[in-house]
Design a protein around this ligand. Structure first.
Ligand SMILES: [Zn+2]
Length: 109
């Protein structure tokens, strides 16, 4: 390795420079490995935070179609007026969209 102070070439395992006797860089490879491990740790932390979020979104996406179908059938069954039937249709369409979103999120599509 090269001395950081005077720039003269020294053996890789040398701890001190043969020219100026200043201390040479200590274990640079280990430092790099440590930095990579820190980056991996940060990524794992982010995954730990996002996993409960993914589950709650998936649960919401699953509940939404169920509520949508129930509301849709209720409105269509009791739909004396056109506006109530329209609301029923809206809920059924919304639940279908919810199912598609859920399948997309879980990777089934
Ligand atoms: Zn030196």
């Amino acid at each position: 390795m090269f001395c950081p102070k005077c720039g003269s070439l020294n053996p890789d395992d040398a701890k001190f420079c043969g020219n100026c006797s200043s201390q040479l860089a200590v274990e640079p490879v280990t430092d790099t490995v440590r930095k990579v491990e820190e980056i991996v740790d940060i990524n794992q932390d982010q995954e730990a935070i996002s996993t409960p979020l993914k589950y709650s979104v998936a649960i919401a996406a699953l509940l939404f179609p169920i509520i949508g179908v129930v509301m849709g059938i209720m409105y269509l069954a009791q739909g004396e007026t056109e506006s109530k039937k329209e609301v029923g249709k809206f809920w059924l369409i919304a639940s279908a969209v919810g199912v598609i979103l859920y399948l997309m999120m879980t990777g089934s599509i």
